[in-house]
Design a protein around this ligand. Sequence first.
Ligand code: NAG
Ligand code: NAG
Ligand code: NAG
Length: 223
Amino acid sequence: MLIRNRLSWKLFFRFVIWWIFFSCFPGLISSAEVTLDSIEIFNTHEWLLSPTVYFACKGENKTVLPDVTKKDVVYYFKGEESWQPLTELESKKCKRCGFYEEDTLKSDVFDEWEFCASDFNATGKYVLFKEKELNATLNCQDCKSLPAGATGSGFEVGDNENKTRVAIIVLIVLAVLILIIIVMVMAYKYWQKKKRQQDQARFLKLFEEGDDLDDELELSSSL
Ligand SMILES: *[C@@H]1O[C@H](CO)[C@@H](O)[C@H](O)[C@H]1NC(C)=O
Ligand SMILES: *[C@@H]1O[C@H](CO)[C@@H](O)[C@H](O)[C@H]1NC(C)=O
Ligand SMILES: *[C@@H]1O[C@H](CO)[C@@H](O)[C@H](O)[C@H]1NC(C)=O
């Protein structure tokens, strides 16, 4: 009973914390589109047919690059092609992504890597180069403004004013949480004390009843 109570308290606390977090920082949960600027492949793994090159992130759909069929040719894109954007990046988490070549048996890998918003430089570009395989330039204008894009701190919002505001919100949230916890602990302590008193009272009552019984017994035996 006590264990189950404690567990549900824990769940409740977690819920409260998440709720406070999300209601204070709704703007921090966002994503940024990544497009392909250019790509050049240096190698085809397919011998007979022209290759089918595609991009994919783990757990997401493939994006086939329909024009890329020859090696040693640089293909440039505007970022508005029907298959763009390649993918979307979210704030803190990196994704496992890669460029592959479709094959009848098993896809061949040009390159596979941990794709993070922090890979993009100040102009929103990221060059992926792997010798003998490929050279691709990826573009993500919003990645640098994603929260925690560069540092992973989770509370980086750009200018100082915003930082101060976030700090104040965090402090208030912490204060409220601490207050809630103190009240909870006090309530629990109080409940415990009350329960102990009740137990004691019941115990004493039991004794008194026992005494009464003894008295009666004595009384009846002396009669
Ligand atoms: C993946 O493709 C399927 C079928 O085309 C589609 O139903 C699904 O929504 C796609 N998933 C994502 C994450 O784009
Ligand atoms: C970002 O990367 C691109 C491509 O490599 C390069 O042309 C550009 O100068 C870089 N910008 C900065 C600010 O580093
Ligand atoms: C890779 O592609 C970019 C953009 O086309 C180009 O500026 C760069 O020189 C290329 N790098 C190599 C090593 O081919």
